[in-house]
Design a protein around this ligand. Structure first.
Ligand code: FES
Length: 589
């Protein structure tokens, strides 16, 4: 790996730096730019000779998943200076998954826009992306891809939660299990309070294979973060060492002046999807990868997830599909060891930001625990982990995390019980008048990207009377997302969604629905004439937002099978420099 200071210094000036347009000119703008940053301690010589690296930081103390990034940024800064670069740290919007309202997902695109415009507007020759919580990771990467500069990603790292008795306790998966027990009357209120005090444990992102861990490990498979970096716990000092190395590496990237998106070709996405399936990762990562591919100009469809999913077994024994937390996965060798196990299924010639190929990473890796990283022929569970289904209920597709569902529900026919929104679920799920039994299929609609900005409502709660009978899973269908830490037979991201007239809008209580995983089929068993009659009566909901970002969002958001990016943000700018009067004038003078 080219992480040596001397290499970094030697490689300075090899290519024209982007920052030269700001600092290396003997004209009025050059004078103003240099004199402004002299205030920050950088000399004329520094600014004229050294590459500039932006540290884009989503640290916030309202976001404990990202809270350690404040400290890690200092280590990145040290690494940049050691390698001869100039670091400028820039704060960005932080998306605190459990706090932000109404839901974090719509802000992914806003943060991605902020990143893109921030990078284009400032003299960064490369950027280090610091993110952790669910949406900050994809947003940073999407924005940097579109901005067209070299970049390297560093996640905050998983938290280290512990139960009151010292055992492993998954942050969020544990919460979902406890909620079911509480609703079933099997868990005392006092015990729950104890759980509440201990569940988050430390700073860092969720410590099971939820969305944040999924996106973090995927970033290694995509080749945009350093090998072995993603699963080191947030509070582990090795993460500080990695941050320093990331800083040093970013200077080499700045001098090489190769846009980060050049790593993101079809091979990189195949590798990422393979790893996602092998770890039983979050269905949210499917949306994020589709959006990212759209930015990188890679032709990726839902079908590719299904094709790869059919041949990749679940080999990582981590929650929510397995037993352990990500800390054990790290101790078993982390992502490099997972890639080694998956080597026959990977493109080993794909490149990494480390300067290596994925094949090099695999060669250097060791698998240290065969129970946590299982052999391909002894998986945690037989069968696919993720699947894409279609049918007259989801013409453009829907997804399912198969490994999180009870097997009895994978070939199922049942009567629909329809909920128009999440408040109705809260009010009526326990209502005996609905006649819900264990074979019923729960439908939630109007929760898609246009309908409700696609919150994680797809794991609909089960009625108390069924929980009390020991029922822990039912087939649930929605145009919503589901937390990566959740589990259950949930068919998600139904596309097109109900709010734009997708067939989900036409389902009525009592309709029969058939789901057949083996055939990848999801059908509403209502004859087509009746469906046409219902369609003629259907009325589109009135737009709920007429101003600001929310209005922009509902007018330009794409459907789930395209990644929920804005239609005007697909692709990237050819030139990473700002337009207009850049060279001739400076605002304020
Ligand atoms: Fe932030 Fe789970 S709540 S990663």
């Amino acid at each position: 790996m080219l992480d040596d200071d001397k290499d970094a210094r030697k490689s300075n000036d090899k290519k024209a730096l982007r920052s030269a347009r700001w600092f290396r000119k003997d004209d009025l703008p050059g004078f103003i730019h240099r004199s402004t940053l002299a205030t920050a301690g950088w000399s004329r010589q520094d600014l004229m000779e050294r590459p500039v690296v932006g540290i884009l930081n989503t640290w916030s103390d309202i976001n404990p998943c990202n809270m350690n990034l404040r400290v890690l940024a200092e280590d990145v800064r040290t690494g940049i200076i050691e390698a001869g670069g100039i670091p400028f740290e820039t704060p960005l919007m932080s998306l605190s998954e459990n706090i932000i309202k109404p839901t974090s997902f719509p802000f992914r695109n806003l943060l991605a826009m902020e990143v893109e415009e921030c990078v284009r507007a400032y003299p960064f020759d490369a950027v280090v992306l610091l993110g952790g919580c669910d949406q900050t990771q994809p947003a940073l990467i999407m924005g940097a891809v579109s901005a067209g500069v070299p970049f390297i990603f560093l996640a905050s790292g998983p938290a280290t939660p512990r139960s009151a008795t010292g055992g492993n306790l998954a942050n969020a998966t544990g919460v979902w299990r406890m909620v079911d027990k509480l609703r079933a009357g099997e868990f005392a209120e006092g015990e729950f309070a104890d759980f509440e005090r201990n569940v988050m444990g430390t700073v860092g992102h969720c410590a099971e294979m939820g969305t944040a861990s999924s996106m973090a490990v995927i970033s290694e498979a995509l080749g945009i973060s350093l090998p072995g970096s993603s699963l080191v716990p947030a509070v582990d000092r090795r993460r500080n060492q990695i941050a320093r190395e990331v800083g040093r590496r970013s200077v080499i990237l700045a001098n090489a002046a190769e846009a980060g998106r050049t790593l993101l070709d079809g091979r990189a996405f195949d590798n990422a999807i393979t790893l996602l399936c092998a770890v039983g990762g979050s269905t949210n990562a499917i949306i994020h990868l589709l959006a990212l591919a759209g930015r990188a100009g890679v032709d990726l469809s839902l079908e590719r997830f299904d094709e790869i999913g059919r041949r990749v077994p679940l080999i990582a024994n981590v929650q929510p599909a397995g037993e352990h937390l990500t800390e054990r996965l790290m101790a078993a060798g982390g992502v490099p060891a997972l890639l080694k196990r998956l080597a026959p299924l990977l493109h080993l010639d794909a490149r990494s930001v480390s300067g290596q190929t994925i094949g090099d990473v695999v060669s250097a890796a060791e698998i240290l625990d065969e129970d946590v990283i299982r052999p391909l022929d002894k998986p945690v569970r037989i069968g696919e982990t993720l699947a894409v289904v279609r049918g007259n209920l989801a013409p453009d597709g829907a997804v399912m995390k198969v490994c999180a569902a009870e097997a009895r529900l994978l070939n199922h026919r049942g009567r629909a019980v329809v909920f128009e929104d999440v408040q109705t679920i809260a009010d009526r799920i326990d209502d005996p008048a609905l006649g819900i039994d264990e074979n019923s299929i729960l439908i939630l609609r109007n929760a898609g990207p246009v309908g409700a900005a696609m919150p994680e409502w797809g794991m609909l709660p089960l009625p108390r009377h069924l929980l009390a009978q020991g029922i822990r899973d039912m087939l649930r269908i929605s145009d919503a997302r589901m937390s990566g830490t959740a589990y259950g037979a949930a068919i998600l991201h139904v596309s097109p969604e109900a709010a734009v007239g997708g067939p989900l809008a036409l389902v009525r209580d009592g309709d029969m629905i058939e789901f057949n995983l083996a055939e990848r089929r999801l059908d509403l068993l209502v004859d087509s004439d009746e469906l046409e009659r219902r369609r003629a009566q259907w009325q589109a909901p009135q737009p709920r937002h007429n101003r600001g970002y929310r209005s922009l969002y509902s007018r330009h958001i794409e459907q789930a099978h395209r990644g929920c990016d804005f239609d005007f943000l697909r692709g990237a700018e050819k030139d990473s420099l700002p337009d207009g009067l850049f060279d001739g004038w400076v605002g304020g003078w």
